[in-house]
Design a protein around this ligand. Structure first.
Ligand SMILES: [Zn+2]
Length: 316
């Protein structure tokens, strides 16, 4: 367990042996083939997408076909997909929500979030995360935990996290107990020198770990994530960073680079799971972010952790 406690607080309460076993057992049921099928389905859908060229960003955003594909796939899995549409400042945002109603405390929410918009085919960024969320949802649906688990698939993350900004602004009265945001969770390598680090952070040299980044309020969730990752077969190496603080230094800027940053701004305990994207992947935001660049075993491990963590947090 590598935990760098940037903000040191009391020892968090973890899962007891029975709860840990139940969570790990649920995560172990992740279907590896289904994960890659989701990534490939999304990439194929985006290939049919004309995209939207954004002059001010100098890139093309692909979201319409991915939105349709996610809606159709989740509907076929038996879920009701709610599309939340807002049009402001000339920008239409369509976030997709799926609830797995809690068995005994349905008003309390655990959010699993990932963006579905992409710059290019987006196999790692962010098909990998969506694949993990779909598998978590499939498993949780079979035996719903106490709290409601809500998938939030955000639009326009690639542009100032606009989709998440509207989502959290419009859901401030929700009773959210935990947020787990995934952004790029499928690239890994065991080659020395395969991991780079942002200025101001020292990371291991080998890109074989999953990053777990949280605010101080998410310390307990980070602790539980580490318990689960160690108990999995095989274990998943994590690198945990807590308490990113303000935006005043170069390293902490990178820790804010996805939708969880908006959850932090609203005072919610949020974890960010990531393979570190461009600090590891050479195809980040390029036409080469394709399924064959993923490490299917690593993606499966990321998905097992995600499903187990959501289950544990929705039960605790
Ligand atoms: Zn992303």
């Amino acid at each position: 367990m590598v935990m760098l406690l940037l903000a040191c607080v009391s020892t968090p309460e973890g899962l007891d042996a029975a709860a840990l076993d139940a969570a790990v057992t649920l995560g172990a049921q992740v279907d590896d083939a289904a994960l890659m099928a989701t990534v490939e389905g999304l990439v194929e859908a985006r290939a049919q997408d004309e995209g939207e060229y954004l002059e001010f960003k100098e890139f093309t955003l692909y979201h319409a076909e991915a939105r349709r594909w996610c809606t159709d796939t989740l509907t076929a899995m038996g879920f009701e997909v709610v599309t939340e549409t807002t049009t402001e400042d000339g920008v239409e945002v369509n976030n997709l929500l799926v609830d797995i109603p809690g068995a005994s405390r349905p008003e309390e929410l655990v959010l699993l979030t990932a963006h579905y918009d992409a710059v290019g085919p987006g196999a790692d960024d962010n098909g990998s995360a969506l694949a993990a969320l779909f598998e978590a949802a499939r498993l949780l649906q079979q035996d719903p935990p106490a709290r409601t688990v809500r998938l939030v698939l955000t639009d326009w993350e690639e542009v100032y996290t606009l989709g998440a900004r509207r989502y959290y602004r419009d859901h401030q009265s929700d009773d959210v107990v935990a947020v787990v945001n995934l952004d790029a969770v499928g690239v890994a390598s065991s080659a020395p020198g395969s991991q780079r680090a942002p200025t101001g952070l020292v990371l291991p040299d080998t890109a074989d770990f999953l990053g777990v980044i949280g605010d101080a309020d998410a310390e307990q969730d980070a602790f539980i994530a580490n318990q689960i990752a160690e108990a999995m077969t095989p274990p998943l190496p994590l690198l945990t960073l807590l308490g990113p603080g303000d935006l005043d230094n170069a390293a902490s800027l990178h820790l804010h680079r996805s939708d969880h940053s908006v959850a932090w701004a609203y005072g919610l305990p949020a974890l960010f799971l990531t393979d570190t994207a461009d600090f590891r992947s050479d195809t980040y935001h390029t036409p080469d972010d394709l399924p064959e660049t993923l490490n299917p075993d690593f993606l499966a491990q990321s998905a097992r952790l995600t499903a187990a963590l959501a289950y544990a947090r929705a039960e605790l």
